[in-house]
Write a protein that binds this ligand. Structure first.
Ligand code: UD1
Ligand code: CA
Length: 450
């Protein structure tokens, strides 16, 4: 039986008090909507149909090729939202999996379980429920004396007695397509002026058809995000899930509560992560590294046996056995080869530091290429910007740059070259040559506004 998925993401999310559509609020660095889209795509093997409305362009742009989109121009309720997918899906699938983009913690296994249960079900609907003491505004599941599901009643229209029901609608439904498309037309308008998808349950029961409900054992998966408080709760749970995964994979997290690892990150075994560390984006960390405390690593590849202490690495490549920090900053295009040592207050941008390069203290290296085993003295600066463009610096192998050297780019230093402390290098230095002194002296008057 072929299964298609519909994800509802058209609402503004008024309870978020935000101009950003609710489903675009990030959870561990990705818009919330990504989680539902990814899970649904795994279960069905197809791109899910995402119903967009409020902020449609932003949501569409964020998801790109991962989904098919249909527009719900006016947000007239979850039932009305599903109707918008009819022209795209009708006739092409036997079952339709429907869930909401503000339920980011539902796992592939949970969605799969509902689909599998519906495959062998004679009635038109299988749905997911959850038992909880705090209803958080969820719809209540009504069952008859025999325990059969009769209806879902939304909180706003529930009687005081119904409000005490602890079984809640977790908003995952797998529905027989042929029944669904016709039944949607029969949803009545609610007193709030919306068409509730949840009314389908009562409609099926009225027709004498069976609705089957599966209770979600792992209740935290049903955390739906309606407010910023829920967002923080969802983030904490997701973080816990990811951190547990890495600990089970052989990574030590000294304090998982204060360790932030985004979903796209990978980490090798026997790496130790100290508190207050953020591993973000497409980052990979090798094995036997020591990372943190107080470190942010974003879109960066780090090799094995590296140490990174209290530093910020963005868009960089770090090979094996490199040590950085405290207070190092790698920016886009920094590439540190094996065994590089970068001490405190160093900044490297768009530069290659060859194997064994030492750069101990207070240096800026930008748009440079440094040969192996060169030593960059304290306070060395590549003066790469002339006010208009960036210029390159090339430093050979085994070069010794004296403290406080200014390398005024474009400039090239041959292998084995040496500079004395405080040198201001404005001309190339041939290999195995010592250069000293500062050529800074008035040479001409600047023109106005030059
Ligand atoms: C909904 C369910 C409730 C369930 C809860 C669990 C309904 C009527 N109620 O309530 O039974 O317990 O989810 O999460 O379904 N949306 C649209 N178009 C619309 C309205 C909503 O696309 O016209 C989307 C929203 O963007 C959101 C999702 O549907 O992603 C759910 O809407 P929301 O208003 O959050 O419903 P709840 O009140 O949480
Ligand atoms: Ca919701």
């Amino acid at each position: 039986m072929k299964v298609g998925a519909i994800l509802l993401a058209a609402g503004q999310g008024t309870r978020m008090k935000s101009t950003l559509p609710k489903v675009m609020h990030p959870l561990l660095g990705r818009p919330m909507v990504h989680y539902a889209v990814e899970a649904a795509a795994v279960v069905t093997g197809e791109k899910p149909v995402v119903v967009v409305g409020y902020g449609a362009e932003v949501v569409q742009q964020a998801l790109g090729e991962r989904a098919v989109f249909v527009l719900q121009e006016q947000q007239l309720g979850t039932g009305h939202a599903v109707m918008q997918a009819k022209p795209v899906l009708m006739g092409s699938t036997d079952l339709v999996l429907i869930t909401y983009a503000d339920m980011p913690l539902l796992t592939v296994q949970t969605l799969q379980q509902i689909v599998d249960a519906q495959r062998s079900h004679s009635g038109p609907i299988t749905m997911l429920t959850v038992m909880a003491d705090d209803p958080r505004g969820f719809g209540r599941v009504l069952r008859n004396a025999a325990g059969q599901v009769q209806a879902i009643v939304e909180e706003a229209s529930a009687t005081p007695e119904q409000l005490t029901i602890r079984e809640l609608n977790a908003s995952v439904y797998c529905i027989q397509a042929s029944w669904l498309w016709a039944a949607l037309e029969r949803i009545p308008l609610s007193p709030k002026g919306e068409y509730y998808l949840t009314d389908l349950v009562g409609i099926a029961v009225e027709d004498g058809l069976s609705v089957q409900a599966q209770v979600l054992e792992d209740a935290p998966q049903a955390i739906g995000v309606n407010t910023r408080q829920h967002l923080a709760e969802a983030e904490a749970l997701l973080r816990q899930r990811i951190n547990t995964h890495w600990m089970l994979a052989g990574v030590t997290l000294i304090d998982p509560q204060s360790t932030y690892i985004e979903p796209g990150v990978t980490i090798g075994h026997d790496t130790i992560i100290w508190p207050n560390t953020y591993l973000r984006g497409q980052t990979s960390i090798g094995s036997q590294c020591i990372i943190g405390p107080n470190t942010i690593i974003h879109d960066t590849q780090v090799g094995d046996r590296c140490k990174v202490l209290a530093s910020v690495l963005e868009g960089a490549v770090v090979e094996n056995a490199v040590d950085i920090g405290p207070f190092g900053h790698l920016r886009k295009g920094a590439h540190l080869a094996e065994g590089v040592h970068m001490g405190n207050f160093g900044e490297v941008k768009n530069s290659y530091l060859g194997p064994g390069v030492k750069m101990g203290h207070f240096s800026y290296i930008g748009d440079a290429n440094i040969g192996e085993d060169s030593n960059i003295g304290a306070g060395t600066i590549t003066c790469n910007f002339d006010g208009e463009k960036k210029n390159p610096t090339k430093i050979g192998a085994g070069v010794f740059i004296g403290s406080d050297t200014m390398l005024v780019a474009p400039v090239t230093l041959g292998d084995g070259a040496r500079t004395g402390a405080g040198a201001v290098v404005t001309k190339d230095i041939p290999e195995y040559t010592l250069a000293v002194g500062a050529p800074a002296r008035p040479i001409r008057k600047l023109k106005k506004n030059e």
